[in-house]
Design a protein around this ligand. Structure first.
Ligand SMILES: [Zn+2]
Length: 437
């Protein structure tokens, strides 16, 4: 699976993070006992457990609370004297605009982290432990949180130093255009470096432990033209009980990463179905498409940001204690507007993501000619990750980066063009005939 948050750039983050939506795991159902079935078997869509429904319903409020905090924290820094005090401190110790911007962003990020910490602790740790989804102690969770804060502080403060320290001041009319031009190279560098430099700070990546399964997975990868050295196992069991896999990186760092929890929980046939889906992302160049779309949409997003800032500051700057759009503290106003923009446009980015996920599902079915294994894999994911098969309209529009599990199982239950002699979309991508034939 694959998730692209190119919008993070607009939050002055610039590392395109690719990964999969958090799934959780709870009850280990008797997955081993159902390995003997026909490739064309119709797989039943299971009713969600009461626990899964509670996790989904509570999750809606948790999502709303998280969005609200992302708006309230910069707003609070703007309308109280805190933002001004941080800006004064930054100018006093920064000596020059670029260093003052860097210092300001560092202080704001640390202040925001601390303001958010009680919520993050409950929503990102306590709640997941209550549902049996987290494998971490409090100390390990806090350690990971501080580490990712440190990584983000370094990246965001440098980006803000370039954009707000130099471009906004020197090119007040066209800074947004120059920033948009820099977005794609920044995204490319960020996504290239993330699996090499950042991911190893949190987990260990290596060859697969189960050698019998590894041979089968590498054979599958080679059928899709993917070298075996590109497939990694990661020790995600350090953090979570969720089962997952993802595609990340670009050029030399491009890779498929399988969580150890996935390899240890799913039967081999379903593991191969998930790997085939990831091979779809890899072969169809979905990371590249994500970067391209992030780069293109940054032109529209930054243009709008510059226009709205230019309109808002003369009219309402006093409320936010921002005298001019180029002020250092106007960064907070930009962050606030970007957050609102991301929420507003997330139905569009989710739709793009769901389209890519659907094509990766099609790829997996055509590659294996074993749609039942794809459907069974989804069914296991539903149980392990406390998902509901058919989420509501609001969730589908605003939150769903993947099609609902029920919809994916329905597709696997009905998509089998080779049976009726119809042509397949991706057959020319495979090196030899399907093994399941
Ligand atoms: Zn995917």
């Amino acid at each position: 699976m694959l998730r692209i948050e190119c919008g993070n750039y607009l939050r002055l983050m610039v590392v395109g993070y690719l990964g999969m939506q958090g799934f959780g795991s709870q009850v280990m159902a008797d997955h081993q006992s159902m390995t003997d079935y026909s490739p064309l078997e119709i797989v039943e869509i299971r009713e969600p457990s009461r626990r899964a429904i509670a996790f989904y319903q509570g999750g809606q409020w948790v999502w709303a609370g998280s969005q609200l905090l992302s708006i309230l924290i910069p707003l609070c820094l703007l309308i109280t004297p805190i933002g001004q005090k941080l800006e004064a401190l930054a100018w006093r110790y920064g000596h020059g605009r670029v260093r003052s911007v860097i210092l300001f962003v560092m202080m704001v990020m640390i202040a925001s982290f601390l303001m958010r910490l009680p919520w993050s602790y409950w929503a990102g740790h306590v709640r997941l432990r209550d549902y049996g989804l987290s494998n971490q102690s409090f100390a390990a969770w806090l350690g990971d949180s501080v580490k990712s804060l440190a990584v983000m502080v370094v990246i965001q403060s440098v980006v803000a130093g370039v954009v707000w320290g130099i471009l906004v001041e020197r090119l007040p009319q066209s800074w947004w255009l120059w920033t948009a031009c820099l977005t794609t190279p920044f995204l490319v560098a960020g996504i290239f470096l993330t699996p090499l430099v950042i991911d190893p700070l949190f987990n260990q990546f290596g060859a697969m432990q189960n050698q019998a399964l590894e041979a089968e997975i590498l054979a599958l990868a080679s059928r899709a033209g993917v070298e075996g050295s590109r497939v990694f196992e990661v020790d995600k069991s350090r953090q979570t009980k969720a089962v997952n896999a993802y595609v990340t990186g670009l050029f030399g760092s491009k890779r498929i990463v399988l969580w150890d929890t996935l390899l240890n929980t799913l039967p081999p046939r379903e593991v191969k179905a998930v790997v085939a889906h990831e091979l779809g992302h890899y072969v169809l160049g979905h990371v590249r498409w994500g970067v391209l779309m992030g780069g293109i949409s940054s032109f529209g997003g930054l243009f709008l940001l510059a226009r709205v800032l230019g309109w808002l500051v003369p009219r309402a700057g006093q409320i936010f204690h921002v005298a001019e759009a180029s002020n250092v503290s106007a960064i907070l106003l930009a962050v606030l507007l970007i957050t609102l923009g991301e929420i507003l446009f997330s139905p569009v980015s989710n739709l793009v993501s769901r389209t890519m996920e659907h094509e990766a599902d099609r790829f997996a079915i055509e590659m294996t000619h074993d749609p039942a294994s794809v459907a069974h894999a989804f069914s296991i994911l539903q149980t392990e990750n406390l998902s509901v098969p058919f989420p509501g309209l609001f969730y589908r529009l605003w939150r769903a980066t993947h099609p609902g599990i029920g919809q994916r199982i329905e597709f696997a239950n009905t998509y089998r063009p080779w049976v009726s002699g119809n042509s397949e979309v991706y057959q020319d991508r495979f090196q030899s005939k399907s093994m399941a034939d």
